[in-house]
Design a protein around this ligand. Sequence first.
Ligand SMILES: *Cc1c(COP(=O)(O)O)cnc(C)c1O
Length: 397
Amino acid sequence: MKVPLLDLQAQYRALKPELDSAIAEVMETQQFIMGPKVEECESAIARYSGCAFGVGVSSGTDALLACLMAEGIGPGDEVITTPYTFFSTVGSIARTGAKPVFVDVDPASYNLDVSQIEGKITERTRAVLPVHLYGQMAEMDALLQLAEKHELVVIEDAAQAIGAEHGGRRAGSLGHYGCFSFFPSKNLGAAGDAGMVVTNDAERAEKLRCLRSHGANPKYYHKAIGGNFRLDALQAAIISVKLRHLDAWTSARQQNAERYRDLFSKSELRVAESTAHPGSGGGARSENGPVDLYFPSVVTDRHIFNQYVVRVADRDRLKVELAAKGVSTEIYYPVPMHMQECFAHLGYGEGDFPESEAAAKTTLALPVYPELSEESCAFVVGCLQDFIESGRCVSAN
Ligand SMILES: *Cc1c(COP(=O)(O)O)cnc(C)c1O
């Protein structure tokens, strides 16, 4: 049975008439740069996230970069973030000339361990950049308190968390800025690269609008050195159509996550929640004896399951075995940022962030996309069980 990690063709088939007419409309007007489609998309995403303003940009990466630029963050400054994230979180900080300062993650959520932030704050610290990984939010209450106490800017990397909610507030609306990516594999994906910054601060929104068009206001009068960070009208039109379906897709992802949890608990596998994971020190064994597989803990009121990530001991072999049976999976992320070649100059090494390193070695993302069938979920769990049980036979011999 073939089970892809994501099935964008199925999504397109379901939305084809709506999408095709939105695209045709832009083609008729030939208004490709800025204009009504971009503005419509900006207000829709802002409203969806519980923010006053949306500023469309060219990607999630450029959203992060533009926020850092808007704050004038650069050489001599420090920005606190997580090493267990997609590259662009950290790449954006480094590109401004500021220094990324890492804090390890909490293994229950894979998000910043907020209790470790204060120890990393110096007089050079300007901002904190929490990432809401896999669709769950970082512990924002404690983080915002710290940020206020130390007068730090908070930039949320909500690329994987559009619509995630905790305590009645949505991802992206809690910090000074929220950054979204509409990369095709995100829960709300464009037909190419696209992104957006949301904020409740009118001045910050204005600054971002200026920066995304080369810092010009009006045209040809440059207040600042910005970039070409604009959101295409075609992408904006596509995003606006897809946004109408996002809540239904989120429910379907949540239902698939439920199914997995159910199937795991009824299987022969010894399973536990990721909160029970003993971390880097203990190996795959909880207080209640050996564990074959850890399924995700839900720590956010509304988890949007951009990824459904399990932890297993023999992850790399499992991935190969699943692929042989037609099940596509992915490793997010095999190398934490403090161990990347391009960040060697930061002076970090193996052992500095044990939870991030342990997660990088043992996590595997299973298919959880909205169109995934119940039968496919059962097949994936069956394959996992076969692999783990055959491993037990080998080790018993
Ligand atoms: C996807 C992603 C980004 C970058 O978004 P792009 O649109 O691909 O530039 C940044 N941070 C995280 C956590 C992401 O998952």
